[in-house]
Design a protein around this ligand. Structure first.
Ligand SMILES: [Zn+2]
Length: 344
């Protein structure tokens, strides 16, 4: 089969790899119908040391089940399924509390050991805990929005939950990538009264406003903090969604939260230390978040997608086939595209 392999910074190739196959009795074999490139794939795209073996890429996908192992019960051959960006058993201590990204028996797609989503097929470990069957066909018009349940919509939702967004509150979203845009959808969905989007790209800001952003702050650093304070009567936002992961964006997020407020961080931190330790201490700021347990949110968000209440699939502004994946990385890296969908 063919799949995407990253060999180093700016070196993404589509090549022939060993066919995905069932190994454990709890596995499912999924033939991919839709996948995508993630903003987090751009971190290794810009920094990976050259490797001779390479890393299989992709952690967001929808596909048709071709076969299941003898112990799989909840999904079957022929089902169209969506996978979260981490696989999990669904039964351990952490899965039962809705923190599937910390599953004791779970793990992450791709790398050197497992198949990735940016390929023709995937062996899905722990299929019962991991996969969710979709009640539509593989070419349904809702595919883009359903695909965001793999990661970006669930991640934006997690940021909003961690930031304690609730009716009547002022939310602020730092980052206008696909996750930040889904964060706007999530903040609105959870009842935020005002949603301040911090971002600079005109096309993304326009989409954020359609998703529910009420104010836009395009400044950066201290100027951005000042603008948000100006928009909030000098107090700051109740709930801040940090959707980037840079030291600078984290500092901005922590600086615009009001005393007693909360920052939900879902951008993978690119620095080892957290800024503003003293200021956030004296302001009693809650700092929460991490990798989103998107599996925990799938059923709830799926319903909203199916019933047309949210349309997160609009973050996809480019579609490619598997051969176009290397150029898709380039386009996202150069901010030519917000998010690239791969159709098989
Ligand atoms: Zn578990």
């Amino acid at each position: 089969m063919r799949a995407t392999v990253m060999y180093g910074a700016h070196d993404v190739r589509v090549e022939t790899v060993p066919d995905a196959r069932l190994i454990e009795p709890t596995d499912a074999l999924v033939r991919i119908t839709r996948a995508c490139i993630c903003g987090s794939d751009l971190w290794p795209y810009n920094s990976m040391e050259p490797s001779t073996t390479g890393n299989r890429m992709g952690h967001e996908f929808i596909g048709l089940i071709e076969a299941v192992g003898s112990e799989v019960r909840t999904v079957k051959k022929g089902d169209l399924v969506v996978a979260p960006f981490a696989w999990s058993d669904g039964t351990c201590e952490f899965c039962r509390q809705g923190l599937q990204t910390s599953c004791i028996h779970g793990g992450w797609w791709g790398g050197t050991e497992l198949d990735g989503g940016q390929g023709e097929a995937v062996r899905v470990p722990l299929a019962d805990g991991t996969l969710v069957a979709l009640p539509v066909g593989p070419d349904h018009a809702l595919m883009p929005s359903l695909l965001t349940l793999s990661d970006v919509m669930g991640t934006g939702h997690h940021a909003a939950v961690a930031a304690r967004v609730a009716p009547g509150k002022i939310a602020a979203v730092v980052g206008d990538g696909a996750v930040g845009l889904c964060g706007v959808i999530a903040a609105r969905r959870l009842g935020a009264e005002r949603i301040i989007m911090l971002g600079r790209h005109t096309d993304r800001i326009a989409l954020a406003q359609e998703f529910g952003a009420t104010d836009v702050v395009s400044e950066r650093g201290d100027a951005a903090v000042e603008r948000v304070r100006g928009l909030t009567g000098g107090l700051g936002a109740h709930s801040v969604l940090e959707c980037v992961g840079h030291g600078e964006s984290m500092l901005t997020a922590l600086s615009i939260a009001r005393p007693g407020g909360a920052v939900g961080r879902v951008g993978v931190p690119q620095t080892a230390t957290m800024p503003a330790a003293q200021a956030t201490f004296y302001d009693n700021i809650t700092i929460a978040g991490g990798p989103a347990p998107v599996r925990a949110y799938m059923e709830e968000l799926l319903l909203d997608v199916l019933e047309g209440r949210i349309e997160p699939g609009r973050v996809f502004d480019r579609v490619t086939d598997l051969d176009g994946v290397p150029d898709g990385y380039r386009a996202m890296n150069e901010r030519e595209a917000i998010k690239v969908m791969i159709a098989f």
